[in-house]
Design a protein around this ligand. Structure first.
Ligand SMILES: Nc1ncnc2c1ncn2[C@@H]1O[C@H](COP(=O)(O)OP(=O)(O)OP(=O)(O)O)[C@@H](O)[C@H]1O
Ligand SMILES: Nc1nc2c(ncn2[C@@H]2O[C@H](COP(=O)(O)O)[C@@H](O)[C@H]2O)c(=O)[nH]1
Length: 217
């Protein structure tokens, strides 16, 4: 059944989408992702695998699946990852299992991945992808946020700052750009993009049947 009516609001079946957030480290992807997931129940997070060590407060299976390099290579060889990349000396990847199933069921999936992974998803599934690049308001703010997070050593913060310009050079490859100055305002922008993208005609697989039904009245 594609369209439902009666007393309830009319709903038209649609395919889910893949919402990607990328940014230089510390610009606020994790913060925005958590808040977006809290306010939007049609969205679920893609939990990546990584070979990096766990930060204080991070939970295995929730923030990441923390795995060793041998298991990571096994997943690459077995084609178990939709995309993967080396970022700051560690390997990261998106498990392929359940993604297609969720999209077909009309569920949207949120990805916090870097530009390399986004390029791979774009090549594989352009139609399903909605990509947003998050920029910090200034370089100073970015550095302040990395220190304020207090989860990495000064050396790691310095390395992430050194890579920030390189990361940011990919902003123009994205469908949208949002500046994370005020987090509430930025969250509103990201959510508006998601809501509008859900309405795209090509995702609304039930429209043909719905319009056909209207003509038969
Ligand atoms: N708009 C904002 N204003 C001030 N601080 C912010 C804002 N957004 C996020 N932060 C803070 O900045 C720090 C870094 O944010 P977060 O961990 O979300 O970044 P990230 O982009 O996910 O980083 P990484 O790529 O390293 O995972 C956190 O301490 C967070 O609370
Ligand atoms: N290409 C991918 N990039 C990923 C994935 N998971 C996370 N990331 C990116 O790595 C950096 C560092 O993350 P951190 O949690 O160690 O600070 C950040 O840019 C993430 O977006 C992934 O599965 N694929």
């Amino acid at each position: 059944m594609n369209a439902m009516s009666g007393n309830a609001r009319v709903t038209v079946a649609r395919r889910g989408l893949m919402l990607v957030l990328s940014s230089p480290s510390g610009a606020g992807k994790t913060t925005l992702s958590r808040r977006l997931l809290q306010r939007d129940r049609q969205l679920s997070m893609s939990v990546s695998v990584t070979t990096r060590t766990r930060r204080p407060g991070e939970r295995d299976g929730v923030d990441y699946h923390f795995i060793d390099p041998a298991r990571f290579q096994e997943m690459v060889a077995g084609d178990e990852l939709l995309e993967h990349a080396k970022v700051f000396d560690h390997h990261y990847g998106t498990p392929a299992a359940t993604v297609e199933e969720k999209l077909r069921a009309g569920s949207d999936i949120l990805f916090d991945i870097d530009w390399q992974g986004t390029q791979q998803l774009r090549a594989r599934a352009r139609e399903d992808l909605v990509s947003i690049f998050i920029l910090p308001p200034s370089q100073k703010d970015l550095e302040h946020r990395l220190y304020a997070r207090a989860q990495d050593s000064a050396e790691i913060v310095a390395r992430r700052m050194a890579k920030a310009a390189d990361e940011m050079s990919h902003w123009a490859e994205y469908d949208y750009v949002a500046i994370n100055d005020d987090v509430d305002a930025c969250l509103e922008e990201v959510h508006s993009i998601l809501r509008a993208e859900r309405l795209r005609r090509n995702r609304r697989t039930g429209l043909v049947e719905f319009v056909k039904g209207l003509r038969e009245i």
